[in-house]
Ligand binder design. Sequence first.
Ligand code: EPZ
Length: 421
Amino acid sequence: MSYFTIEGRRPLKGEITISGAKNSGLKLMVASLLSKEPLILHNVPNIADIHTMCNLLTTLGKTVTKGADTHSLIIEGPVTSIEAPYDIVSQMRASILVLGPLLARSGEAKVSLPGGCAIGTRPVDLHLKGLEILGAEIELENGYINAKAPRGLAGGRITLPFASVGATENLLMAACLARGTTEIINAAREPEIADLVQCLNAMGARITGEHTGNLTIEGVESLHGAEYSVMPDRIECGTYACAAAITGGDLLLKGGRLLDQEAVMIALQKMGANVSEDEQGLRVSASQNLVGIDLMTEPYPGFPTDMQAQFMALFAVAEGASMITETIFENRFMHVPELNRMGANINIQGRSAIIRGVPRLSGAPVMATDLRASFSLILAGLVAEGTTILNRVYHLDRGYEGVERKLANCGASIKRIEEAA
Ligand code: EPZ
């Protein structure tokens, strides 16, 4: 297992190129199941979750090859298996997204139930209820979802009680090949949904309403191949923006876009950071002490839960008190005890955390628990006095490409140490 050592208190200065979005790239890859013609994807991040998705698609019969450059993939060929097995789904929950496309394309699917994870129980009931409205027959047996649509799926009106990102994506992909028109009311509005809609439309789907929360999908007989470039990762961009702010640095985040993450950038500005946008991307700097604010995580366009842990690190060293209320996941404060071990003063009260800023953190051995929590510990390590040792960096490798390279190029002292197995 590898770990990072970080020597803190160095302002980050320079440029970081933002990679393609994990949470879009994964879904665009799944969309390839809807056609046997090649789907050529560009700007795909080189991260562990993408490799897991390549593995899953290969298991289902697709051929996945490298494209013209290291960030391009070509996915093609027929689906030859309808089973997403436990050993892959248990590595990555996003595997559940093959359910809708497999069902629409092959009339049946067998997908392992994902189960809970470090940030919450994360049921998939909304995915299943929506597919039933489209005519699927679903049974849960031996830890698997067995879904059938022997006569194909038929369009319907689905109202989501909560704007779930994953349920919206699963139902959207299934509806592309359903007979007639489907409406998804209270659909998620995250920018990754619009990216998926644009890719599906490039493949011949007929979808409208991607920014409105109400999607209309006119089913078509078949989809064809397409070439599409994954959007920049707004969460990676927001994370490095926090790195600039917490170290009193100045970073140009190349490819970052304000329109994908206004809530995050407004929060940084309220704390005293400077944010500007030009044709190259976003520039974030901080020349004064940050001040604490209150935040609540919400579905897009609200403040994203995937940035909550990173802001917790910022608040830990900001002047005054801050409060974060987490409304999306019920157990997403696992980084708090680790930040407190570094000298932070954070108390959890139910779904809220109260953070009283301290003048300085001190380096310590800490343990990553999930992807975003891991980065909050890196941020704390970048500003702490002394050495921080971050264990379990495989969580980071799932979703951030080249973390130590990107940070070290801007002046951070961060090293990956590979431990012999
Ligand atoms: C996506 O997860 C992202 N994952 C998450 O990013 C992100 O935190 C989340 O959306 C919210 O923005 C990917 O895109 C791969 P949801 P997803 O369905 O689709 C409940 C990261 O760090 N719910 O919107 O699973 C659920 O339990 C990851 O990159 C149900 O109750 O999110 C949760 O509390 C972590 N029933 C809430 O809704 C359902 O059927 C939000 O889930 C579905 C969801």
